[in-house]
Each structure stands twice: as structure tokens, then as C-alpha cells.
Design a protein around this ligand. Sequence first.
Ligand code: AHG
Ligand code: MN
Ligand code: MN
Length: 335
Amino acid sequence: MSERLPITVAQHLLEQQKRRFPDASGEFSWLLSGITLATKMVAAEVRRAGLGNKLGATGDSNVQGEEVQKLDVYANEALLHCLGRRGNVGVLASEENDTPVVVLQNPSHGKYIVVFDPLDGSSNLDLNISVGTIFSILARDGSASDAGADVLQPGDRQLAAGYVLYGSSTMLVYTSGDGVYGFTLDPAIGAFVMSHPNIKMPARGSLYSVNEANMDGFPEYCRRYLHWLKSSEDDAIYSSRYIGSLVADFHRTLLRGGIFMYPPTARYSKGKLRLLYEANPIAFIAEQAGGMATDGRQRIMDIQPDSLHQRTPLYVGSKYEMERLMAFAKKKGAE
Ligand code: AHG
Ligand code: MN
Ligand code: MN
């Protein structure tokens, strides 16, 4: 068969599942098709956001105290709708919902949990700058007292994780623990088609990404590290890139290497990014691609969450830049 014929994400997942779990029921790929359907709906809306009064804020703020954009609401409803009807999702937890939504009470039916950021970087929407959707899939062990507790699992327990980047093209990037795969939405056939098999993060990069306006609030080691990035010591020749949408800043880091940082700041003493639906899925992908992700002290995926919307510092990138950062963090007077 000609290699030009498309391999869709559904086909790829089924092949992967058969290889790894011969008796796979196909339930997992059915679940992921709920995400691809919802994100195709979001892509269609985002790509014509300037038409039909879709841009702008709703006037409400979410549990994070952040202004909710109209497309935040649309993306959230699309994911709740498409995933809620998969028949195997037990719990849905979203950045835009105060508490998790129990879809199927009985854990033997609703065996999956999906935690997601329906629209990441949404403050960039009006500016036509790339935004994304981030998701993390967990098994529902049903032993927890309630759905909320069931969701609070460390990142190491993720079954799969991924994001969709609504950029110059619409790309789905995901891992289920057996490498990282990228698919590009082909509008001609309305399917995500394999475009980046087995993505590996370069061992070293030449870009760093951080909002330097917050520098005064960074930990001392982070300020020293930034100084090193800007020096030409150890043949460190770096450029700075910062888009302000985590998915876009991370996707560039995944493909080009280097480091993305959201350290503690004066305003966000625990960091701004959320552990369960931003840092964990990004960390899973980074590690599967050969990179690293920490909160400055420990692996992101080792952190035991104690609340759905808890924030964490996030440092993620190539081994070389991450090991240099951790060397600064270990030095005396690092705080
Ligand atoms: P969200 O739109 O889901 O709230 O996420 C926004 C996040 C993340 O996308 C990005 O890395 C970060 O906010 C940028 O924060 P600053 O504007 O403070 O740099
Ligand atoms: Mn986000
Ligand atoms: Mn968001």
C-alpha cells in the first residue's frame, strides 16, 4: 500500500494497543476519538473566531479567578459533550469547572477519568495567536471516597496525555507511554493524520522561554540560571522566545529543545500553571520524548496532588538545559 495513504490517530492507537495489549478492547481508542471530535469542533470555531461575535470575554470569572473567554466556554462544553457520551468515561475534570463532573457513577462502567484544560492561552485568542487544548487520561480506581479524590493522582499514573495546538496548522500530539506521536488535521478529509512519528526532544537546544517581566519574584537560583543563559559561558548561545500560550511554547521546546519555565513569581508564589491539566500532561510528553520536567525540586510526575486546581512551578525541556538548571538549584543560597 502506498506510504502516502493516511494513518489516522484512531488507526495508530488501535495498532499501538494491539501491539502492547493484545486483548485490548478498543475502548481506549474510542475514548480518544471523543477528544479528536471535540477538538475538531474547537478548531472550526477558533479558525473563524473573529466572525459572529465569538471573541471576547463572557463577563464571568472561573474558579481560578480568571476572566472567562466565550471560546473557553465553547471548548469546555464541546469536551464535556463529546467525552460525556463515550460510555466509558466516569469522571470529567476541567479547568473551567469548580469540581469534577461524574458522568458514570459505577467505576466498572466509567473506568476512565479525563482531566483537561479546554482552551489554553485563551487570553491570546483576540490577537489571533496560537492556543491549545490539553488533556490527561487516568484510570478510575473507584476506591476513593468521591470522584474528586479519584482525580487526585500523581502524574506517573497517567494512562495517556496530549494536547491539540491550534497553530498555523491544527496538530494533535499525544503519548500513551510508548513514545510521542504527532498528527496534523487534514481539512480535506477532516481527520488527524500521522505527520510526526516518534517525536524526540533534542538533547540540547538554543532557545529559552520565560516571562522575564516576573523576574524579580523568581527564586535566586532561577535568576542566576537566567544570567547564565544570557552569558556566553560554556558556549551557551541562547535566544529567547515567549508566546504566552503554554501549548505553543512547549510544542516549540519539544521540537527544537531548550527550556520553558514558569517559576514561582511575586503574584503566583506556587507558580501559575496547574498541576493536573497543564504540568502533568506536558511532563508526560516531555519525558516520553527524552526530556525532563520538574517543579525545581522534584519530578512533576512524582507530585501527589491535594486539590484539583493546585498550581505548581514548571521547568520543562532538554536534558542539558534541565540538568544545568538543577545544578543551580542545588547550589548554596539557591532560594
Ligand atoms: P489558560 O489560558 O488556560 O488560563 O492558560 C494560560 C497560561 C499558559 O497558557 C501560559 O503559559 C501562561 O498562562 C502565560 O502566563 P503569563 O501571561 O503570566 O506569562
Ligand atoms: Mn492553560
Ligand atoms: Mn484554559
